[in-house]
Ligand binder design. Structure first.
Ligand code: SAM
Length: 278
């Protein structure tokens, strides 16, 4: 079956360039171009946007992003074996794909990108959460990106969109929902990937809010939430006692019962508590 970009099917690309998947790099490839185009579409209208992609691998999602009209794609890939396959895509889309060989945790992509910027990736699982937290906690808000469309293990995706009262609710939910709208837009079974991972996956779409949903200082909020969920089974008056000697009063001033546990506290209440501790 010939693809709309005139490039070979991904199975052929993998065979030609000998891209056997490496577990250490979290390599679970998407080889169905209809599926990668569908994921790219979850990012919204990409015309006029630069897209940052982490871990393009053999380039299935990269091709989806370009075919769906991204103005430019900047792709950061750690595995040098993938570069020749990505060069073929760059040649098919002149001037629209730049590839940087490197570790996404080390490379600063900003000087290579022009706003507006979307981030879209089938993330390597070993660095996915760390990158998400970095993107959610820049020094100032709004961030350099407008949307994040990211593949995660299903369990991580559920933690991002979780509501109070659920087991999945924790630091990731508070950080994600404080300054972004977050929702799961696609679920994928292990068989969608080559090789199939052990668990199911899901694509999460986050849209940055122009301002935080509730006022709070980021560093204080992070400290409160980390302390609260590090001991999530404890009552908050115990879990947070290291933050202030009069923590019970501050909890009450924030409309939180000192006997509550972290799981029961809403985002609005966490922000109120952070304000009393600022
Ligand atoms: N995007 C491709 C797809 O959907 O088929 C590949 C996805 S695979 C889950 C993750 C990709 O991230 C691999 O190509 C891997 O080599 C790359 N990778 C792993 N760690 C990385 C890092 N620290 N920085 C950049 N790329 C990384």
């Amino acid at each position: 079956m010939s693809a709309i970009d005139g490039l070979p099917p991904l199975r052929e690309v993998i065979a030609t360039h000998d891209l056997s998947a490496k577990k250490s790099l979290g390599q679970n490839f998407l080889l169905d171009l209809n599926l990668t185009a569908k994921i790219a579409r979850q990012a919204g209208d990409l015309a006029g946007m630069d897209v940052l992609e982490i871990g393009p691998g053999p380039g299935g999602l990269t091709r989806g992003l370009l075919a769906e009209g991204a103005r430019r794609v900047l792709a950061i890939e750690k595995d040098a074996r993938c570069l020749p396959a990505l060069a073929e895509i760059a040649a098919a889309y002149p001037g629209r794909l730049e590839v940087i060989e490197g570790d996404a945790l080390q490379v600063d992509p900003l000087q290579h990108l022009t706003p507006p910027i979307a981030i879209c990736a089938n993330l390597p699982y070993n660095v996915g959460t760390e990158l998400l937290v970095r993107w959610l906690t820049p020094e100032s808000w709004p961030p350099f990106w407008q949307t994040l469309t990211l593949m995660f293990q299903r369990e991580v995706a559920e933690r991002i969109v979780a509501q109070p009262g659920s087991k999945a609710y924790g630091r990731l939910a508070v950080l994600s929902q404080w300054r972004a709208d977050a929702r799961i837009v696609l679920s994928l079974p292990p068989g969608a990937f080559t090789p199939p991972p052990k668990v199911s996956s899901a694509v999460v779409h986050l849209r940055a809010l122009p301002e935080p949903r509730f006022p709070a200082e980021q560093k204080v909020l992070e400290r409160v939430v980390a302390a609260a969920f590090n001991q999530r089974r404890k009552m908050l008056r115990a879990a947070l006692k290291g933050l202030a000697p009069d923590i019970e009063d501050r909890l009450q001033a924030s409309d939180i019962a000192p006997t509550d546990r972290a799981e029961q506290v809403s985002l609005e209440q966490f922000c109120a508590l952070a304000r009393t501790l600022a």
